[in-house]
Design a protein around this ligand. Structure first.
Ligand code: SF4
Ligand code: SF4
Length: 173
């Protein structure tokens, strides 16, 4: 694996724009691979790459994603913040188009200096993102590439995946 990881978000965005067509071809290529083999490669790359990227320096998911909140999560966090559910909902939540509750600001209210101030009470989506450890990578290609230019972990895993799967990549990051 290339030891040099790209963590500069503006360079990642510029790179993603420049390589948009290549990524469309890569998605088609990935769809042809054996799903278990692909998961195994992605999980290995994620284990190598994720620990080398400092999320407290990045914080970009908390600054750019819509965060879903369940009733149970809202109950737990409102208790922790010593707010009634009514006050908590008014202050922090809105209803999304699907009827699901969402945090009502982007960046998230609870991010301060790139750190989550409610870490123990953060939501399931926060814990799961960027989800490169999950199975069925092939079924999640749309969301993976939706977040490719937003998350350095996803970006670097995908770029190394091009090498590991022997998809063409003739450049250094
Ligand atoms: S709750 Fe914490 S981890 Fe989740 S988006 Fe907000 S700041 Fe980030
Ligand atoms: S998960 Fe990705 S986007 Fe979120 S802080 Fe870590 S590197 Fe940044």
């Amino acid at each position: 694996m290339n030891n040099q990881l790209q963590v500069n978000l503006s360079e990642i965005v510029a790179f993603a724009e420049k390589h948009a067509e290549e990524n469309i071809a890569f998605i088609q290529f990935l769809k042809q691979l054996n799903t278990e083999t692909l998961d195994a490669i992605v999980h290995t790359l994620n284990e190598q790459i994720a620990p080398k990227i400092d999320c407290t320096i990045c914080g970009n998911c908390c600054k750019s994603l819509m965060i879903n909140v369940t009733e149970k999560e809202a109950d737990a966090l409102s208790n922790h913040l010593e707010l009634s559910r009514e006050k908590f909902d008014k202050q922090y939540l809105e209803k999304g188009s699907s009827g699901m509750m969402l945090i009502n600001t982007i960046p998230c209210h609870f991010l301060e200096e790139n750190k989550c101030t409610v870490y123990e009470y953060r939501f399931e989506g926060c814990k799961e993102f960027p989800a490169m450890h999950l199975p069925h990578f092939q079924q999640r290609l749309f969301t993976v590439f939706m977040h490719y230019d937003r998350c350095p972990i996803i970006f670097n895993v995908v770029e190394e995946l091009k090498v590991e799967t022997k998809f063409m990549r003739n450049y250094e990051l």
